[in-house]
Each structure stands twice: as structure tokens, then as C-alpha cells.
Design a protein around this ligand. Structure first.
Ligand code: CAA
Length: 240
């Protein structure tokens, strides 16, 4: 049986690697994206993966998109809540808009998508939800009170969802990536980047593929007794 997997933010960065890995392992992948049509088209042409545009921060858009996907391909078995943005600034400079936007997309987006997918997973007694958190949700970071709050929220959200799904064969786990070599790092000044890499015991940035392998495992049948956990993949940057 081919499992249907939805990956939010699944056409670029870590999400692209996750979509590719799930496809490689035989899942039917639908990759969501929020804005960059050109990148999504190129990704779809390159990989043959179906792409769909909607805003994960929009509750109704998530319900509509998931209903459409289920109508076309069948029930969603696997949800990877990967979509996320940064709007970094220290609290002295951060605007309410920067706070709101990050919470809406990074955290409320996970709720919106789980709300759309969880009921059918529960009814069918099988489901895998993986939420992408962050080392900065675990440890905090200068310039990220919004992002760290959202990502930290994801970890609590995951544990509660895991408790609700456990009796029904639906697992919920989080991955907490460290600093991964993607476009998201492009806004970090060089001198700050040097300080960050110096804090990573393995001495380098991670690769998107290194996160995708963890996600693939948590969405597989092999991970049936793992729920409510956080898999930290960060080169040793955060160890507790
Ligand atoms: N680690 C160590 N030192 C840091 C730091 C960090 N992450 N961020 C800032 N600093 C230091 C700076 O080096 C600087 O120190 P000095 O005065 O001694 O030079 C001081 O704090 C002030 O920093 P800036 O001069 O850069 O202040 P700014 O107001 O111009 O910019 C900022 C603030 C926007 C937060 C900028 O420093 C920045 O972009 N920092 C990086 C934030 C970050 O790590 N974002 C992660 C993005 S990737 C991601 O989020 C994915 C994930 O899950 C890991």
C-alpha cells in the first residue's frame, strides 16, 4: 500500500529534502508551498512531485487543501509540518507584525494542518505526524523571541497530540534541527554565523538530507512505538 504524505513547505530547503526522501522510500508525496511559484514549479519539474499552494497559517485553506488531496489521492497517512519562516530581530526592534507572522505560520500552521488530518488518521487507526521544531526552540537564540517561542510551542504541541493519538495508532513526534545549510541562514551576518558554527561541536552546518533521514524514519512503520519524542539533529549543539 502506498502511503500518502503531505509535507508543508515541501519544495525548498529542509522540506525539499524531506519530500525527496519520502518519495524515494515509496510514499506518494504532495509538497505544499506558500509563496514562491517559480521555485515550486522548478521543484515539481525536477522531481515529479505534485505541488500545491496554500497558506498553512490560514485555517480554512488547510481544511480545503487537505479535503481536495484526500478526494484526489485518498486519505492522508503522513503529515510533516515543516513550513516555517524567520523574522529575526532583537526584542528592542521586533515589531508586533514580526511576532504575529512567525507565530501564525510556524506554530498555528501546525495546529491548522493537524486539525485537518488527525480525524481521518484516528478513524483509520494509522497516522504519522512529524513536526519540525528547532534547536533554538530548545535553547533560545538572540534575535528570535518569536521563532523560539513558536518552535518551543511545537514541542509542547507534539507531546499533547501524541497523548491524544496514542490509543488510535497515530504517532506525533518532533524533529529539532540545528543549523542546516539552507537559504534560511542567508540573513545571518557573517560575523554572527562564525560564532554560531563555533558553538556546533561537529564543527559544521548540517545538510538538509541529514534531517530528512530522521523524518523518514519517524514516519515509517519501524517507528510504531515512538511517540511524543523529539529527535535532535544538530551536530551536538544542544544536548539536553
Ligand atoms: N550567537 C552569538 N552572538 C550573537 C548571535 C548569536 N546567534 N546573534 C547576535 N550575536 C551578537 C553579535 O555578534 C553582536 O555581538 P558584538 O556586538 O560583540 O559584535 C551582538 O550580538 C549584536 O548583534 P548584531 O550586531 O548582529 O545586532 P543586530 O541588531 O544588527 O542584529 C540579529 C540582530 C538580527 C539577531 C542578528 O544578529 C542575527 O541575525 N543573528 C542570528 C540570529 C539567528 O541565529 N537566527 C537563526 C536563523 S536560522 C533558523 O532559525 C533555523 C533554525 O531553526 C536554527
Amino acid at each position: 500500500m502506498t502511503r500518502i504524505a503531505v509535507v508543508t513547505g515541501g519544495t525548498r530547503g529542509i522540506g525539499e529534502a524531506i519530500s525527496l526522501k519520502l518519495k524515494e522510500k515509496g510514499r506518494h508525496v504532495i509538497a505544499n508551498y506558500g509563496g514562491n511559484d517559480e521555485a515550486a514549479r522548478a521543484f515539481s519539474a525536477r522531481t515529479g512531485i505534485d505541488v500545491r499552494k496554500w497558506d498553512v497559517g490560514d485555517h480554512q485553506a488547510c481544511l480545503d487543501a487537505c479535503a481536495e488531496i484526500e478526494g484526489q489521492f485518498g486519505p492522508i497517512d503522513i503529515l510533516v509540518n515543516n513550513a516555517g519562516i524567520t523574522r529575526d530581530a532583537t526584542i528592542m526592534k521586533m515589531t508586533f507584525e514580526q511576532w504575529d507572522e512567525v507565530i501564525r505560520i510556524d506554530l498555528t500552521g501546525c495546529f491548522n494542518m493537524a486539525k485537518a488530518c488527525f480525524p481521518n488518521m484516528r478513524t483509520r487507526s494509522w497516522g504519522r505526524i512529524v513536526n519540525v521544531g528547532s534547536v533554538n526552540g530548545q535553547g533560545g537564540q538572540i534575535g528570535q523571541v518569536n521563532y523560539a517561542a513558536a518552535k518551543s510551542g511545537i514541542h509542547g504541541f507534539t507531546k499533547s497530540l501524541a497523548m491524544e493519538g496514542a490509543r488510535f495508532g497515530v504517532t506525533a513526534n518532533a524533529i529539532a534541527p540545528g543549523y542546516i545549510a539552507t537559504e534560511m541562514l542567508s540573513t545571518i551576518p557573517d560575523n554572527v554565523m562564525e560564532k554560531i558554527v563555533a558553538q556546533i561541536p561537529v564543527g559544521r552546518l548540517g545538510q538538509p538530507e541529514e534531517i530528512a533521514r530522521g523524518v523518514e524514519f519517524l514516519t515509517s512503520d519501524n517507528a510504531s512505538f515512538i511517540t511524543g519524542s523529539t529527535l535532535s539533529i544538530n551536530g551536538g549543539q544542544h544536548m539536553y
